[in-house]
Design a protein around this ligand. Sequence first.
Ligand SMILES: Cc1ncc(COP(=O)(O)O)c(C=O)c1O
Length: 381
Amino acid sequence: MTLNLKPSLDSTAPKGPTSITIQGTDLEDALQYGPSPGLVGLRGWLSGLQETVHKRPIGDSWGITMGTGSQDLMVKAFGAVLNRGDPILLEAPLYAGVLPSLKNLEAELIEVDVDDQGLSAKNLERVLASWPTDKRRPKAVYSNPTGCNPSGCSASRERKLEVLEVCRKYNLLMIEETDYLSSPLQPSYFELETEVFPHGGHVIRFDSVSKLFSAGMRLGFATGPKALINAIDVAHAANNLHTSSISQAVALALMQHWGIKGFLAHSTAVAHFYAERREKFEALAHKHLDGLATWVSPKAGMFLWIDMSPSGIDDSMELISKEALAKGVLAVPGFVFYPLKRKSAHVRVSFSLVDLDSEAELGFQRLAEAIRDKRRQMGFE
Ligand SMILES: Cc1ncc(COP(=O)(O)O)c(C=O)c1O
């Protein structure tokens, strides 16, 4: 099997072969059933990556497993951690893709409001300090701490340590969902874990290759406490035996081709690619929305989480799903990202695919028009 590589995004990358061949036993492995946790070579490579980047020596305290995207891994982790009806703490707003599996588990969804750095240690503490004594306590908290989908926020090192302190106080598992797409890379919860929990065991990290290689490969990996990783492996064995060996073999070939340094250079190049788009997109947003809306300027990710409350709008549902849509604006109303579907003044817009030279400007122009129409409807103008 031969892969023809697209030109590198990293213009400084050494010019190397433009194709990679998977053959011999690697090809046999790619075409066969394999171990539930994933191909041994790939897990070995990724363990080395996690050890290097997060400064967590390979040993007894953590393991790694492959999944069909981080989505698949999170569903299996929730199944392993939660009993039916258990409460779980969720940053709010949050990536709505985690909600269906939590609803299947009949989990009690507890919202913890974010601030401009995402998950707030103060709000987390407030929720836990007032937890009724006769009620089952939450075991875990979920956060997407870098370039969060949808809030665009990123947590600093200090913020993560504050959150981990709350996790220590209340014996919580941190479910960290992230990837290698920020430049410079921020210390992860997984990296900082041992400053608060010297023996580990309290952070599970979900990585995705969807934005680094290809979303269609459906590949992600979970890194965390061995007992939890083993429970995810049992879920793999029961549900789908394992993640596609072909996707894993392709990822391994690419990673071996690059080495850790090349992989990180590629991640940085992708992060810069999005940063450039972000800058252009945000400039257009300012041009059309200043005075009507505000947002936290994102340091990573591919979303603007736009707060329309400065225009007197406290519920974006009708405006975004009907009025702006009728003008040709495709965006997601804020309530979708709240576990309890509260009213929201926000809208999430994405710059991952939009044409920045024409469509984005038109989109913001039309969104501004829709906001002004709404203000007239409400008698504000
Ligand atoms: C925060 C977040 N988590 C998970 C996913 C799904 O990731 P994967 O493709 O690895 O399943 C996405 C997709 O956009 C996402 O934004």
